[in-house]
Structure formats: C-alpha cells, structure tokens
Design a protein around this ligand. Structure first.
Ligand code: NAD
Length: 464
C-alpha cells in the first residue's frame, strides 16, 4: 500500500523545504524527500558556509589594515581549520533548524532518493527499504550541481569544486580559478584575503558578465588592485595535474600563457539534477539540462511541478523560495499568487567590494529599445564610505526616460548586498525618479549614494 499525500516535494533545499512548509500551512498533507542534507546546496555547500568563510576573509583584511586605525600587533597567526570549522558549524546548525521547522509544520520527511514512477506516483528508496508514495501534486526541487567540461574535471584533490574549496586543510599558495561568475569571484576574493596568489580565468571578455558593464569593470579594477591576476577572453587549452600541482595552458588574447598553481577551482556554471528522476520515461520536457516549466512552475505533465535551480536560471536561493511559494499557492487556488517578476530578482555577490543588482543593465535596456536616463554616484564622494575607509564603489541607477520608472540598479561597494533591497521594493512598487528623489535617506550611511545616484539621473546631484 502506498503512503498517500496531497503534495510531495522532492529535494530539501531553499525551494523544496519552503514549498513543503507552505503546503502544510495551506492544509495539504505533505511529505518531503531528501537524499542528503536538509537545506540543500545553499545551506550546506553554498550561500551560508561561504558567507562564514568570507567573514573570516574580511577579518584577515581588517587585520591587514590595522595600522591605518592605529593598531599594531606581533605574532598574528591563522588556523584555517578553525575558520572551516566555524563555516561547517553554521551550516550544520541551520540544517538541523530545517529539520525542526519541517516537524513543527507536520511535514513527513523521507530520507532517501525519489523517482517519479507515474502520474501522481513516486517510489522512495531509503537506506533500508523502497516504498511507494501517491500524491496529487509532486514538486521537483532537486537543484543543480557544478558543470564540468572534458579536460576540466573536478577530481576533489588538486582540481576543486565548491565543496573542496570550502573545506581546505591547507591554504594554497597559488590558486587558479576557472570562471569569473559569482562563485569564482567569491573564492578569488576569499583566498586572496587569506593570502593566496590568485589567477582568475574567464572565457568571456569581462568578469561577472551578468552584471552591468560598468560594475564588471569596477570589480575587475578592484580585484587587480588587490593583486588578483585576471585573464579575460581566456580559455584553458589543457589542465593537468603534475605531482602536487596543477598546470594550465591558456589561450589568451595576449598569446599562450602557462599557469602553475597548487590548486585549481572550477566554477564554470551549473547543470540541473534531472537524472534518475524518471523524467524520460514520462516524457517530461527538459531543455539544456533543466526542466521546462511555465510561469506557475508547471511541467508538461499534469500534477508535476519544478522549482528552483532544476527549473533553470537564475540559479539563486531566493528565486527558488519565491517559486516555491507561488507554485504551492497556485495549486491551493490562492488568488493572491503571482508569477515570478523575472526582472525584479536581485543578485548579490559577496566578494570585496560586494556587488548587488536588480533589474535591467543599461545594455539590456538599450537592447530592448528602452530609452534610458542613467544616474551614477561614486563612493569616493560618500562621507560614510570615506569614514570607514571603503570608498571604492559605484551606484548606478537606470530609469525609463519616458515614464521615469526605475528599471535597474547596480551597486558595487561596502555592504551593498544589504542595501539593494530598498531598490527592489522601489521597483516592485513602480516608483519613479521624483518619488525616489523625495525619499529621505539616513545620514551618514553608504545608502545615501543611492539617493545621489537617483538625483544624478535628473541632474540634481548635490555631492558630485
Ligand atoms: P556562472 O555561470 O555565474 O559563471 C561561470 C563563468 O565561467 C561564466 O562567466 C562563464 O563565462 C565562465 N566559463 C565557462 N566556461 C569556461 C571555461 N571553459 N573557461 C573559462 N571560463 C569559463 O556560474 P558559477 O559562478 O559557477 O555559479 C553558478 C550559479 O550559482 C550561478 O548562477 C550563480 O549566480 C549562482 N551563485 C550565486 C551566488 C551569489 O548569489 N552570491 C554565489 C554563488 C553562486
């Protein structure tokens, strides 16, 4: 006899566990199946542990600047094992918190691997048995994993993926990072602050290519100033392990280069976890490694949904959680459910300086034929940024020239990941330049730069 549920979620990451909790809140008899750790990659091997490590890197940076603040110290030492232990501890604590939340919300948890065996049917293989589940609705939230390319295979030893990069036992003296997306740039920033010599290779012509061009350029400049070697328009012709090292032959616009490093990190994007779920047999549509869905997260099989990374870009935890809510609420017939506003999903990269953005870049707005008005404010003129000795940064705001509506915001600078939300709200509320110009920003804060950028877009900047 199959266990019967109204809704079963496969995968316990920020998409899956949020979907299960919301479903239970809405009165569905709900189960969640997870084969590894609750919290998924985000909580166990992504967002959270990297933030813990990056905080350690920030401490290292602050210590390196102590003389500017009047401090001096001898015999400073660093134990990487303690930093890694802190990071793992944060992940473990949060993962067990999800377990508690599922119990509190009466979600039945199966620790095992699920396969969709038919319409409204699953089988789950746990350590000890295989059991059948029936569910009116099945939500797949199985996430994504690092993409690997022939010749760029992660061996976990000298060629690392994110997991190994998050759990080093020794600091590599020389590190090669392949891919200058969010993961590559965060690890470059982290390891440089801890003392490694870092080279970042990027196939495209700029780092953080999804960001506005000016922000990419600022990030590259800041990294270069920190002594990080960046090679753009560069591809690896050959990566090999030699003894305890890696050697890479690189094709770059300035000719062939060879790089020798102690370790390499491969961060060239992700691919969806769509295998072994029974999708092929059921004819579930996929595209380039991700499940195809409509704006309500429905697949082409009635009763089967997909949310989060497995359903495609952007591969962000908050996008997964948001899809979880809208998908479940739609199933429950809640009239307040809305499809995802894809142009209003913020993105944050926690390198130093931080990067945060929402909406259209200037180039994308132009590509869509939108006439724009742009505002800019350089943090060199921000009192707070100067006071905290972090004046490297820019706030760029993009407005629709006809309506005056904010359509994009792009920031690089200290704690901008904590500030972008104000602009996400402004975009959601469809505020225009005048309304934003009239908004009172607290002084002294780095966020005043947002105000100045908005004022600049209507030629009313005061401090530049
Ligand atoms: P990404 O797609 O953001 O970046 C990968 C980069 O690698 C791209 O710029 C690409 O051009 C480059 N690349 C691809 N093949 C290459 C090659 N052979 N040689 C050199 N460069 C190559 O992917 P990612 O950084 O691996 O991150 C995966 C996903 O996770 C992304 O969608 C990212 O946004 C998300 N993520 C977000 C955060 C955050 O929000 N802070 C942190 C980590 C990851």
């Amino acid at each position: 006899m199959a266990d019967k549920f109204d809704l079963v979620v496969v995968g316990g990451g920020p998409g899956g566990y949020v979907a299960a909790i919301r479903a239970s809140q809405l009165g569905f008899k709900t189960a969640l199946v997870e084969r590894e750790h609750l919290g998924g990659v985000c909580l166990n091997w992504g967002c959270i542990p990297t933030k813990a490590l990056l905080k350690g890197a920030e401490v290292a940076h602050t210590l390196s600047t102590m003389q500017q603040w009047g401090f001096s110290a001898d015999n400073l030492s660093f134990d990487i094992a303690k930093l890694v232990a802190h990071s793992r501890g944060a992940a473990e604590k949060l993962s067990s918190g999800i377990d508690y939340l599922l119990q509190k919300n009466n979600v039945t948890l199966y620790r095992g691997e699920a396969v969709v065996t038919g319409k409204c049917k699953l089988s789950v293989t746990t350590e000890s048995k295989t059991l059948a589940l029936d569910a009116m609705h099945i939500i797949l939230a199985t996430g994504a994993r690092a993409r690997q390319l022939p010749g760029l295979t992660i061996d976990g030893d000298r060629v690392w993926g994110a997991r190994e990069a998050m759990t080093p036992t020794v600091l590599p003296e020389r590190l090669l990072i392949i891919g200058a997306g969010a993961i590559g740039m965060e690890f470059a920033s982290l390891y440089r602050d801890l003392g490694s010599e870092v080279t970042v290779l990027e196939a495209l012509d700029r780092v953080l290519a999804a960001e506005d061009r000016e922000i990419s350029a600022r990030a590259a400049k800041a990294f270069t100033r920190r002594g990080i070697n960046i090679e753009t328009s560069a591809t690896v012709a050959n990566l090999r392990t030699v003894g305890d090292h890696v050697e890479a032959d690189i094709d770059s616009p300035r000719g062939p280069i060879s790089v020798r490093a102690d370790r390499a990190i491969v961060a060239i994007g992700v691919t969806g976890n769509i295998e072994n779920l029974g999708l092929e047999g059921l004819g579930v549509a996929t595209e380039r490694g991700f499940i195809t869905t409509d704006p309500w997260c429905r697949t082409n099989l009635v009763g089967l949904y997909a949310i989060g990374d497995v359903a495609g870009a952007p591969w962000l935890a908050h996008k997964a959680s948001h899809e979880a809510i809208l998908c479940v609420e739609r199933i429950a017939g809640e009239t307040s459910a809305r499809p995802l506003a894809t142009d209003q999903i913020p993105g944050c990269t926690y390198c130093r300086p931080q990067i945060a953005s929402v909406g259209l870049t200037e180039d994308e707005a132009t590509r869509r034929g939108i006439a724009t008005r742009i505002g800019r404010f350089d943090l060199q003129a921000s009192g707070k940024a100067l006071a905290i000795q972090e004046p490297e940064g820019l706030v760029k705001t993009v407005f629709d020239a006809d309506s005056g509506k904010l359509i994009g915001a792009h920031m690089i600078g200290p704690e901008v990941t904590e500030q972008i939300q104000g602009l996400v709200i402004a975009m959601g509320a469809e505020l225009n330049d005048r309304q934003l110009a009239e908004t009172i920003f607290p002084h002294p804060t780095v966020s005043e730069a947002i105000h100045e950028s908005i004022l600049d877009s209507i030629n009313r900047a005061i401090h530049q």
